[in-house]
Write a protein that binds this ligand. Structure first.
Ligand code: NAD
Length: 297
């Protein structure tokens, strides 16, 4: 069992710290919100008076803070973690911050002789409470192996993302997709209601198709990812269907910003001569447009 300094006891950090205590670890906790600290003290943690205090004699220091500026201040600011951290300790930033900030922090930590990795988390505070977070580990094999007992208390799944800085990049892409999908889903749900459809009926249909299941595990593996763009469902037809949906929405005054932007990606794919290819060709078209090496002709 380890001695852990834990900094940032908000919606996520508080249950994560609690699960570390339940796992038998010894915690020293810090937050600018005294109430949050006292909540953890009541569960067996020791209160730290500053980030520096939380780091004294800790084998691990975990930060779970709202943004990169705060993470930097907590580490390198006045009474920061770096002023007392043992050179053999491992600092794990679990916050969601800009990857360039992670790179800069990791570089500075390494230059000062410290060990740092990032491990942002997927899912929500409800999963944090249950210890069922998905942990995107960005560190060396040795760092991840060392931190694994902590991750096992806080999460149900750890994905080794391939090195320092890569965990936070996977996390940002994951959030990009789920956050944008939330907006696209809101458009579909609003159109459903505006044209007088039963939500349950629409949801039943969409839950059984790529609309609800996503494309990574449904349409892509057998086609674009397999290097095969022979049409199962053509770009031209997908373009037509998106146009019909946008027109329908227009008639009932529902704005469809995500759908309209998507339609233009299909327009560009079609204009590039891929109209009769499989609709998964939008991936190959966007790759090539972005300057990546073509994979499929
Ligand atoms: P939160 O605002 O609930 O908690 C942040 C905590 O940090 C607060 O208790 C605050 O008092 C504390 N804090 C702020 N400045 C501090 C400082 N200088 N020193 C010490 N403590 C300080 O936020 P959260 O929902 O717990 O999110 C934390 C991180 O986790 C964020 O980066 C967020 O993007 C990420 N995240 C959140 C979720 C979610 O579902 N809420 C899911 C995955 C990842």
């Amino acid at each position: 069992m380890s001695t852990i300094g834990f900094i940032g006891l908000g919606q996520m950090g508080s249950p994560m710290a609690l699960n570390l205590i339940k796992g038998g670890h010894t915690l020293k906790v810090f937050d600018i919100n005294e109430e949050a600290v006292q909540h953890l003290v009541a569960q067996g943690a020791a209160a730290a008076s500053s980030p520096a205090d939380a780091a004294i004699d800790s084998e691990f220091v975990v930060t779970m803070l709202p943004n990169g500026t705060l993470v930097k201040n907590v580490i390198f600011g006045e009474n920061g973690v770096a002023s007392t951290l043992d050179k053999n300790a491992l600092l794990i930033d679990m916050s969601t911050i800009h990857p360039l900030e992670t790179d800069s922090l990791a570089k500075e930590m390494t230059a000062k002789g410290f060990s740092m990795m990032e491990a942002p988390v997927g899912r929500t505070s409800e999963h944090a409470v249950k210890g069922e977070l998905l942990i995107m580990a960005g560190g060396t094999k040795e760092q991840i192996e060392r931190a694994q007992p902590l991750f096992d208390c806080m999460g149900s799944e750890t994905v080794d993302c391939g090195g320092v800085g890569k965990g936070i990049r996977v996390k940002i892409i994951n959030n990009y997709m789920s956050i944008a999908l939330n907006a696209l889903s809101a458009e579909a749900a609003t159109l459903t209601e505006a044209i007088g459809l039963e939500w349950e009926t629409a949801m039943k249909v969409m839950s059984g198709t790529p609309a609800g299941k996503g494309h990574f595990t449904t349409t892509w593996p057998g086609k674009v990812l397999a290097g095969d763009l022979s049409p199962v469902f053509m770009v031209d037809l997908a373009h037509k269907d998106l146009g019909i949906a946008l027109d329908l929405a227009n008639q009932v005054n529902v704005p469809m910003p995500c759908g309209a932007a998507s339609r233009e990606l299909y327009s560009m794919t079609r204009a590039a001569g891929r109209g009769r290819q499989d609709w998964t060709a939008v991936l190959e078209h966007l790759r090539v447009t972005s300057g990546l090496e073509p994979k499929i002709q």
